[in-house]
Write a protein that binds this ligand. Sequence first.
Ligand code: VGL
Ligand code: ZN
Length: 206
Amino acid sequence: MNDESTALIVIDVQNDFCPGGALEVGEGDRIVPVCNRLMARYPLCVLTQDWHPREHFSFAANHDGAEPFGTIEAPYGTQVLWPVHCVQGTEGAAFHKDLETTRAHMIVRKGFRPHIDSYSAFFENDQKTPTGLDGYLKDLGVKRLVMLGLATDFCVHDSAVDAVKLGYPVTLVEDGCRGIDLDGSLAAAVADMKEKGVAFATSDAL
Ligand code: VGL
Ligand code: ZN
């Protein structure tokens, strides 16, 4: 039986990452039933929500002549330029309509600082600015995490790797994730997570 020492972390299951959205992830909506099934089984559920101001610097549209999926150098390293997505308060930033958000105990919003992107649920892309999630989990005595969501190669990867760094054993739900896959980023992200000690399991096995 699962108890509150394990938290389920559901990453960015938002309209803009689902088919038809501004930054659609192939089959992104297919994970919704997996999320719902697991949320019913874990007594502590956290959702994350990508939550950008319209002037966010990760948007290609905010850089003259830039195209989506190009890159720029930020003070904290290379930053991919994205299509405008998950703008605060828009339908694209809302959770998928079938996601059972009433089951969530905590919703972490990230990416709201205009000059810094935030993929991870724990730290912004400078690797220093905390979102507060680690403090929340530690306060509640959470010892291990089960994670799933969108996109495998960006927000899920960075969240899983940061969680391991923070000392949590992490299990990634294989059938509960889908990736964007820019130039092989999906395979690279999976290999990196495995190397760093993230465990993989199917939702049936949990
Ligand atoms: C994400 C790119 C930009 C994600 C968020 O949820 O993986 N990717 N913002
Ligand atoms: Zn984003």
